[in-house]
Design a protein. Structure first.
Length: 165
Protein backbone atom coordinates (compact mmCIF):
# COMPACT_ATOMS: atom_id res chain seq x y z
CA UNK A 1 0.00 0.00 0.00
CA UNK A 2 1.30 3.41 -0.91
CA UNK A 3 1.48 5.64 0.98
CA UNK A 4 2.23 3.46 3.99
CA UNK A 5 -0.21 3.82 6.88
CA UNK A 6 0.82 5.78 9.98
CA UNK A 7 3.91 7.28 8.32
CA UNK A 8 4.50 11.01 7.89
CA UNK A 9 5.40 11.16 4.20
CA UNK A 10 7.06 14.55 4.68
CA UNK A 11 9.83 12.73 6.58
CA UNK A 12 10.37 9.98 3.98
CA UNK A 13 13.19 10.32 1.45
CA UNK A 14 14.05 6.68 0.77
CA UNK A 15 12.12 3.51 -0.02
CA UNK A 16 13.57 -0.01 0.16
CA UNK A 17 11.55 -2.84 -1.40
CA UNK A 18 12.67 -6.40 -0.72
CA UNK A 19 10.98 -9.12 -2.78
CA UNK A 20 11.42 -12.84 -2.82
CA UNK A 21 9.95 -14.53 -5.92
CA UNK A 22 6.28 -13.69 -6.40
CA UNK A 23 6.66 -11.30 -3.48
CA UNK A 24 7.29 -8.75 -6.23
CA UNK A 25 3.56 -8.66 -7.06
CA UNK A 26 2.41 -6.14 -4.42
CA UNK A 27 5.28 -3.81 -5.30
CA UNK A 28 4.38 -3.41 -8.95
CA UNK A 29 1.34 -1.27 -8.23
CA UNK A 30 3.46 0.85 -5.90
CA UNK A 31 6.64 1.49 -7.88
CA UNK A 32 4.88 3.37 -10.64
CA UNK A 33 3.61 6.01 -8.22
CA UNK A 34 6.50 6.11 -5.73
CA UNK A 35 8.67 8.07 -8.12
CA UNK A 36 5.98 10.67 -8.70
CA UNK A 37 4.12 10.72 -5.38
CA UNK A 38 3.68 13.89 -3.38
CA UNK A 39 5.61 15.93 -5.91
CA UNK A 40 8.91 14.68 -4.52
CA UNK A 41 11.48 12.21 -5.66
CA UNK A 42 12.35 9.25 -3.46
CA UNK A 43 15.51 7.22 -3.59
CA UNK A 44 14.23 3.70 -4.30
CA UNK A 45 16.17 0.48 -3.83
CA UNK A 46 14.66 -2.82 -4.95
CA UNK A 47 16.30 -6.05 -3.81
CA UNK A 48 14.66 -8.78 -5.90
CA UNK A 49 15.49 -12.45 -5.31
CA UNK A 50 14.41 -15.17 -7.77
CA UNK A 51 15.51 -18.59 -8.84
CA UNK A 52 18.10 -18.31 -11.61
CA UNK A 53 16.29 -18.81 -14.96
CA UNK A 54 19.56 -19.64 -16.74
CA UNK A 55 21.63 -17.71 -19.22
CA UNK A 56 19.89 -15.22 -21.47
CA UNK A 57 16.46 -15.78 -19.92
CA UNK A 58 16.24 -12.78 -17.59
CA UNK A 59 13.35 -11.38 -19.60
CA UNK A 60 11.29 -14.33 -18.31
CA UNK A 61 11.67 -13.22 -14.67
CA UNK A 62 8.36 -11.87 -13.40
CA UNK A 63 8.24 -8.05 -13.83
CA UNK A 64 12.01 -7.70 -14.12
CA UNK A 65 11.90 -6.02 -17.53
CA UNK A 66 9.20 -3.61 -16.33
CA UNK A 67 11.27 -2.71 -13.28
CA UNK A 68 14.38 -2.21 -15.40
CA UNK A 69 12.45 0.21 -17.63
CA UNK A 70 11.21 2.16 -14.60
CA UNK A 71 14.73 2.54 -13.23
CA UNK A 72 15.99 3.63 -16.61
CA UNK A 73 13.70 6.69 -16.65
CA UNK A 74 14.95 9.81 -14.97
CA UNK A 75 12.37 10.18 -12.17
CA UNK A 76 13.06 6.74 -10.69
CA UNK A 77 16.20 7.38 -8.68
CA UNK A 78 17.92 4.51 -6.97
CA UNK A 79 18.82 1.00 -7.96
CA UNK A 80 17.47 -2.41 -8.81
CA UNK A 81 19.59 -5.26 -7.47
CA UNK A 82 18.84 -8.75 -8.75
CA UNK A 83 19.62 -11.77 -6.57
CA UNK A 84 19.65 -15.02 -8.54
CA UNK A 85 19.51 -18.18 -6.46
CA UNK A 86 20.41 -21.68 -7.53
CA UNK A 87 18.11 -23.39 -5.08
CA UNK A 88 21.12 -24.90 -3.31
CA UNK A 89 21.69 -23.55 0.18
CA UNK A 90 24.92 -21.64 0.57
CA UNK A 91 25.72 -21.59 -3.16
CA UNK A 92 27.07 -18.30 -4.44
CA UNK A 93 29.40 -16.90 -7.04
CA UNK A 94 30.94 -13.46 -7.65
CA UNK A 95 28.68 -10.47 -8.18
CA UNK A 96 28.40 -9.07 -11.66
CA UNK A 97 26.17 -6.78 -13.69
CA UNK A 98 23.46 -7.59 -16.20
CA UNK A 99 21.65 -5.44 -18.71
CA UNK A 100 17.95 -5.65 -19.44
CA UNK A 101 15.83 -3.14 -21.36
CA UNK A 102 18.77 -0.74 -21.50
CA UNK A 103 19.23 -0.72 -17.72
CA UNK A 104 22.44 -1.99 -16.11
CA UNK A 105 21.73 -3.63 -12.74
CA UNK A 106 23.80 -5.36 -10.10
CA UNK A 107 23.41 -9.11 -10.12
CA UNK A 108 24.28 -11.16 -7.07
CA UNK A 109 24.18 -14.92 -7.43
CA UNK A 110 22.98 -15.65 -3.91
CA UNK A 111 20.11 -15.03 -1.56
CA UNK A 112 19.48 -11.59 -0.04
CA UNK A 113 21.47 -11.33 3.17
CA UNK A 114 21.21 -9.26 6.33
CA UNK A 115 24.20 -7.26 5.05
CA UNK A 116 22.45 -6.53 1.74
CA UNK A 117 19.46 -5.12 3.59
CA UNK A 118 21.55 -3.06 6.00
CA UNK A 119 23.50 -1.62 3.08
CA UNK A 120 20.24 -0.66 1.34
CA UNK A 121 19.00 1.06 4.51
CA UNK A 122 22.11 3.23 4.52
CA UNK A 123 23.68 5.04 7.43
CA UNK A 124 21.76 6.09 10.57
CA UNK A 125 20.61 9.40 9.08
CA UNK A 126 19.44 7.75 5.86
CA UNK A 127 17.61 5.03 7.78
CA UNK A 128 15.68 7.67 9.74
CA UNK A 129 14.02 8.77 6.51
CA UNK A 130 13.45 5.30 5.05
CA UNK A 131 10.38 3.11 4.59
CA UNK A 132 10.95 -0.63 4.05
CA UNK A 133 8.55 -3.14 2.53
CA UNK A 134 9.49 -6.83 2.64
CA UNK A 135 7.43 -9.42 0.81
CA UNK A 136 8.08 -13.10 0.23
CA UNK A 137 8.17 -16.45 1.98
CA UNK A 138 8.14 -16.42 5.81
CA UNK A 139 11.69 -17.76 6.14
CA UNK A 140 13.00 -14.68 4.32
CA UNK A 141 10.53 -12.09 5.59
CA UNK A 142 10.76 -12.99 9.28
CA UNK A 143 14.54 -12.71 9.31
CA UNK A 144 14.73 -9.50 7.28
CA UNK A 145 11.90 -7.75 9.13
CA UNK A 146 13.74 -8.33 12.40
CA UNK A 147 16.98 -7.00 10.88
CA UNK A 148 15.25 -3.87 9.54
CA UNK A 149 13.36 -3.15 12.76
CA UNK A 150 16.57 -3.35 14.78
CA UNK A 151 18.73 -1.37 12.35
CA UNK A 152 20.24 1.84 13.72
CA UNK A 153 18.02 4.79 12.87
CA UNK A 154 15.03 2.74 11.66
CA UNK A 155 11.61 3.35 13.14
CA UNK A 156 9.94 -0.09 13.41
CA UNK A 157 6.59 1.35 12.23
CA UNK A 158 8.30 2.07 8.89
CA UNK A 159 9.01 -1.62 8.35
CA UNK A 160 6.09 -3.28 6.59
CA UNK A 161 5.77 -6.92 5.61
CA UNK A 162 3.62 -9.29 3.61
CA UNK A 163 4.23 -13.02 3.87
CA UNK A 164 3.42 -15.47 1.09
CA UNK A 165 2.54 -19.08 1.92
Amino acid sequence: MWPPPNVDMNEVKRVVLVAGGVGINPFMSMVGVIGKAYGKSYHVTVLYSVKDPGDHRLSSVLYLESLAKLFKVEWMKGELVLHLTSGEKGTQSPDDAVELAGYQMKCRRRRITKEDLLSALGNVEEARSTVVYICGVPLMTDELVEVAQQAAGMDPKRVLCERWW
